[in-house]
Design a protein around this ligand. Structure first.
Ligand code: FAD
Ligand code: DHB
Length: 391
């Protein structure tokens, strides 16, 4: 089998890249490790920046997002239960975010690939990359016991944080930057209306909490928990009680409880691997970088990476230009690092750190109070939250 671009991984990065390339008549094949059902069943990100919405519009995978996605003009910050609003739309001159789950984005992109006949190989095991420093790279894998091979011009490593692509860059070329946080997020999905019409990010003395949603009838909540805790230690009633305390009396009054459809704990991490290109291999999305979820940036960064990458590949195939390919890593990383900074900062502002003392808490309170009273500070928060423009 032969294609122009072999895409390893079929999460949002790989699936969106394939549709961007397809729109420019560039052939690609996606190799996915998991089944369709597994990918479509995972609950992950929930907030789309305008940049991501625009890219889904551009590839025409937007009908359901436009119909079912909830456009949010703002969100609230809660400090020990007292709320104040960040008016994203007014502060940014019109920008909004769209609440539409990653699971739905993934489903829509897989449906589009099926309808458009852009190939996806599901359940590809033992994926291995070869000849990345030649102009004839290839990928091999096993499927239902038989060995398969795909020859290509380029490999796009979109295989998430545990994929094989990042490790294919020699260790003397690759640099990594990392910060682990001493806590995780316990997430709960329930078929109940959200407690507010917008998201609430909450700094409480007992720890961070987030009230989010997937629709007007489906809520997504998170509470900060210790890394040694398990979902089993958090029966539904305990989670609802804790949310009521951390979100404060106003949100608690409208908090509707219901059985958890899903409950899981995700650790928080900041991570960047550089460069994003080595010879014929490109990295995009979680394969290259991880952000703590506080700023809702993970999926959105995957989208901006593949925008830059598709532009680079289109330049190569259309005009024979290597300028885009040569500049991809620096261009994508400039946006990645700013989102890393915002996610790290927002995490520090809203979470309780095990080693934090009274002074650190006072600093958090002072900064939140400053944001509440300063238009300039709110603009900074808002323009980062809605997503920085594409360079
Ligand atoms: P992924 O979605 O990880 O997709 C990678 C794909 O590659 C997967 O389908 C995987 O099966 C496949 N793959 C892996 N290895 C191989 C291989 N060897 N061969 C072939 N295929 C392979 N972000 C937010 O903004 N908000 C959130 O609330 C949020 N919650 C999260 C919760 C969890 C538990 C995790 C892990 C992440 C969360 N994120 C969140 C981050 C966000 O989901 C990711 O940034 C986003 O999924 C990145 O997309 P991606 O396509 O780069 O990687
Ligand atoms: C969701 C997750 C986030 O990390 C975030 O910042 C906002 C919303 C969510 O899953 O709905």
């Amino acid at each position: 089998m032969r294609t122009q671009v072999a895409i390893v991984g079929g999460g949002p990065a790989g699936l969106l890249l394939q549709q961007l390339l397809h729109a420019a008549c560039i052939d690609s094949v996606i190799l996915k490790q998991r089944s369709r059902a597994y990918v479509e069943g995972r609950i992950r990100a929930g907030v789309l920046e305008k940049v991501t919405v625009d890219l889904l519009d551009k590839v025409g995978v937007n009908a359901r997002m436009r119909r079912e996605g909830l456009v949010h003009d703002g969100f609230s910050l809660a400090v020990d239960g007292e709320l104040f609003r960040i008016d994203l739309k007014a502060l940014t001159g019109g920008a909004t975010v769209t609440v539409y789950g990653q699971t739905e984005v993934t489903k829509d992109l897989i449906d589009a690939a099926t309808q458009r006949g852009t190939p996806i190989v599901f359940e590809a095991a033992d994926v291995a990359l070869h000849g990345l420093d030649t102009d004839r790279p290839s990928i091999t894998w096993r499927h239902s016991g038989s060995h398969q091979r795909l020859d290509c011009d380029f490999v796009a490593g979109c295989d998430g944080s545990h994929g094989v692509s990042r490790g294919a860059i020699p260790s003397d070329v690759r640099r990594t930057y990392e910060r682990e946080y001493p806590f995780g997020w316990l997430g709960l999905l329930a078929e109940v209306p959200p407690c507010d019409h917008e998201l609430i990010y909450c700094n409480h003395a007992r720890g961070f909490a987030l009230a989010s949603m997937r629709s007007l009838t489906r809520s997504r909540y998170y509470v900060q928990v210790g890394l040694d805790e398990t979902p089993e230690e958090w029966p539904d009633e305990r989670m609802w009680d804790e949310l009521a305390v951390r979100l404060g009396p106003r949100a608690a009054a409208t908090l509707q409880r219901g059985p958890a459809i899903e409950k899981s704990i995700a650790p928080l991490r900041s991570f960047v691997a550089e460069p994003l290109r080595w010879n014929r291999l490109f990295l995009a999305g979680d394969a290259a970088h991880i952000v703590p979820p506080t700023g809702a940036k993970g999926l959105n960064l995957a989208a901006s990476d593949v925008h830059y990458l598709s532009q680079a590949l289109i330049g190569f195939y259309r005009d024979g230009s290597t300028a885009g390919i040569d500049g991809y890593s620096a261009k994508a990383l400039a946006r990645v690092w700013k989102a890393e900074r915002f996610s790290w900062w927002f995490t520090g502002l809203t979470h309780r750190f095990p080693d934090s003392d009274d002074f650190s808490r006072r600093m958090q309170m002072a900064e939140l109070d400053y944001i509440r009273g300063s238009h300039a500070a709110q603009v900074t928060v808002a323009e980062n939250y809605v997503g920085l423009p594409l360079a």
